[in-house]
Design a protein around this ligand. Structure first.
Ligand code: MLT
Length: 324
């Protein structure tokens, strides 16, 4: 039976499922320095979220002459914190749970979009300070505006459906998708999303191509006037990955009025301690909580537990990110 290290938490239900299948589960955060010194090499499998980084050095240190990890489970979607190539070379299987948090991320994205355009956070903050800012906090509707989606996967399509029901016109850029519903207007260039949409939501992976994709020059293309003629300003939201949005450029754009709001759940450095963004009322931040719901964590946990059980029973999984 396998010895499993869980470094960033896992649902109680998943732990029970794994233990009932005879596995040993050790829940403890391992610091990067401990991992570099081989703390994971005493385990057969490791389950991580985004806080633990398993890049080449850490993966190499997690395998020893008499064993070490054979399974890396990413309890969530993003795998930019795992060096899959090194894992493959070392014969380690890598699995994630790509669909389990979709609804939760969709809901937070829509929540941020509405909170930003209706100043919900500032309204609460100022009211607690004794201010009644009824006139100052005039917002704009999202209905009658264009929403540009960068990346058109599961989450983005969920956002598109809800935004459409609010009366938004949906535009998207994704060079990798083929089948797209007729009500989504696809663009061949990412720049035309910026030049046509007042509201943009980011849903792509962080790659060399998408790093700092949202920058001053693209923000300056945004129209600021909605499809319905409202001077609603420009609004950007990202619950995807830190590093796609250039946070300094966005801070400048919030200062000079090119951006009216920016809502981020993900940051180039996490945790975000200090940032020029904190000086802007138009900035709405959340500490990488898009998948942090009871439902998503329960689905993620049970999916991860069944992948682990299957792997240690058969040596294979129905689904993995690499072939070993
Ligand atoms: C994910 O990729 O699943 C999310 O960003 C949530 C997380 O990392 O915890």
């Amino acid at each position: 039976m396998a010895k499993i290290a869980v470094t960033d938490g896992l649902s109680d239900e998943a732990v029970r499922i794994l233990q009932s299948a005879g596995h040993e589960v050790h829940i403890k955060h391992h610091e990067q320095s401990e991992i570099n010194n081989g703390s994971l090499s005493k385990f057969d499998a490791v389950v991580i979220r985004s806080a633990t980084k398993l890049l080449s050095q850490q993966i190499m240190a997690s395998v020893s002459d008499d064993g070490g990890i054979r399974f890396i489970g990413r309890a969530g979607v993003g795998v930019d914190n795992i060096d899959i190539n090194t894992a493959t070379k070392m014969g380690i299987i890598v699995c994630n749970t790509p669909g389990a948090s979709t609804s939760s991320v969709v809901e937070l994205t829509i929540g941020h979009l509405l909170a930003s355009t209706r100043h919900i956070v500032t309204a609460d903050r100022t009211m607690r300070n004794g201010e009644w800012s009824k006139k100052r906090l005039r917002g704009s509707e999202i209905g009658g505006k264009r929403l540009g989606l960068i990346g058109l996967g599961r989450i983005s399509r969920g956002v598109a459906q809800i935004a459409r029901s609010f009366g938004m016109e949906i535009h998207a850029y994704d060079p990798y998708v083929e089948e797209v519903p007729g009500w989504i207007t696809m663009h061949e260039e990412v720049d035309t999303i910026f030049s046509s949409c007042t509201h943009i939501s980011i849903h792509c992976n962080l790659t060399e191509e998408t790093a700092n994709l949202v920058n001053s020059s693209r923000i300056s293309m945004m129209p600021g006037i909605g499809l319905d003629g409202t001077k609603c300003g420009n609004h950007i939201v990202s619950c995807a990955r830190g590093g796609i949005v250039d946070e300094n450029d966005c801070s400048d754009a919030l200062s000079n009025g090119q951006l009216s709001s920016l809502a981020l759940d993900v940051f180039s450095t996490e945790p975000l301690i200090e940032s020029p963004l904190m000086n802007h009322d138009g900035f709405h931040g959340s500490p990488h909580i898009a998948a942090s719901t009871l439902e998503a964590q329960s689905r993620i946990g049970t999916e991860m537990a069944s992948l682990i059980i299957q792997f240690f029973k058969t040596g294979k999984t129905d689904y993995s990110l690499n072939n070993v």
